[in-house]
Design a protein around this ligand. Structure first.
Ligand code: ATP
Ligand code: SF4
Ligand code: MG
Length: 321
């Protein structure tokens, strides 16, 4: 993997939520991760492991409890007022369900151009031309500009969401399960579009996705999260054959594929720990078949095991950097 500039650096970021019964839920626990410019970084892990919370902190929809998020070397968690507002232009997010993020009474051209209006960058009489330009960019017909969103398919709406995210010419775009509500063919087309945009515009992509096979094929780097912790960081192309963390291996072996043998005994996967009361030691210990004594007491640190490959597991001692 060729090394390029880190456009975004997450440094020791923790996010804690207070729950209604006065307990504390740690959604992200001391996460450090780097986004290389123009590359695709995917975050995987089961529901509730903290993927969206991490992404929301990057786009500043959530505040960090502690830690730093550096964009182009500047800690954006400390920004306030106009500087914070201006910074939002650089990092945009496309959500899973465009229906809930769009105003159904607005025409497509207004939806697409809304971020530009918010920043006072265009005049009303420019919106049709600009909307058409962005519709073309996401491979939609220009006459969609005059339509309402409810007259469009899920895939088309998701393209509108992408067009809208691109209007401010962002350097980083986060896709949080942006294709999971779509059928596989439409999903493929949207993924192709994301890759095209990444290549043509050198946009850095943060991708939250449950499809491990897809992620391994398109991502430069994959970060695996478990109960708020980063447990493995690995180049996408190595994910399926060379992942080392027992949780990553479980994730990969749990995916459905053609020619599955259902006559084999299905391994019983225990429930994850409650994120509110995580005991000491490795967060994966109660589900891990390789667990040893030290796993109960000591949380493993993320260590380099081979080039660009980090694992947090006591079975991997790491190598000198
Ligand atoms: N605003 C909030 N207040 C309290 N707890 C929250 C809040 N947002 C998220 N959480 C909790 O933080 C943890 C991580 O949630 P998050 O949405 O980041 O998970 P996720 O990995 O994105 O899951 P999914 O794959 O289901 O989208 C969960 O236990 C969730 O219940
Ligand atoms: S540290 Fe122990 S419990 Fe955790 S994944 Fe490794 S072997 Fe399993
Ligand atoms: Mg989520």
């Amino acid at each position: 993997m060729s090394k390029s500039k880190n456009i975004l650096e997450i440094r020791n970021v923790t996010k804690k939520f207070n729950t209604p019964n006065n307990k504390v839920l740690t959604a992200c626990d001391n996460i450090s991760l780097e986004f290389e410019e123009g590359k695709i970084l995917a975050i995987v892990g089961e529901s509730g492991c903290g993927k969206s919370t991490l992404m929301k902190m990057i786009v500043q929809l959530e505040n960090v409890t502690s830690g730093e998020i550096l964009y182009e070397g500047e800690d954006i968690t400390k920004l306030k007022g106009e500087k914070l507002r201006q910074n939002r232009r650089h990092i945009q997010m496309v959500f899973q369900d465009p229906n809930t993020s769009f105003n159904p009474r607005m025409k497509v051209r207004d939806i697409i151009c809304e971020p530009l209006f918010n920043f006072g960058l265009i005049k009303k009489n420019q919106r049709d031309d600009i909307a058409k330009e962005f519709l073309e960019m996401v491979d939609l017909p220009k006459d969609f500009s005059n339509r309402y969103i409810h007259n469009m398919s899920g895939g088309q709406r998701q393209r509108i969401g992408i067009a809208r995210a691109l209007t401010l010419n962002p350097k980083v775009v986060i896709f949080d399960e942006s294709t999971s509500a779509l059928d596989v063919l439409t999903q493929k087309k949207i993924i192709d579009l994301i890759i095209k945009l990444q290549k043509e515009k050198n946009i850095t992509i943060g991708l939250v996705c449950h499809d491990i096979h897809l992620v391994s094929q398109i991502s430069d780097k994959v970060a695996v999260m478990y109960l708020g912790n980063l447990v493995e960081v690995i180049p996408g192309r190595k994910l399926q054959g060379e992942c080392k963390h027992p949780y990553t291996q479980t994730l990969i072996s749990s995916t459905f594929h053609l020619n599955m043998n259902y006559s084999k005994k299905i391994e019983n996967i225990k429930e994850a720990e409650n994120p509110i009361d995580i005991s000491k030691g490795c967060p994966f210990k109660n589900r891990c078949k390789y667990s040893i004594e030290i796993c109960k007491d000591k949380k493993p640190e993320l260590k380099l095991v081979s080039k660009n490959h980090y694992v947090a597991c006591h079975l991997n001692n790491g190598e000198e950097e």
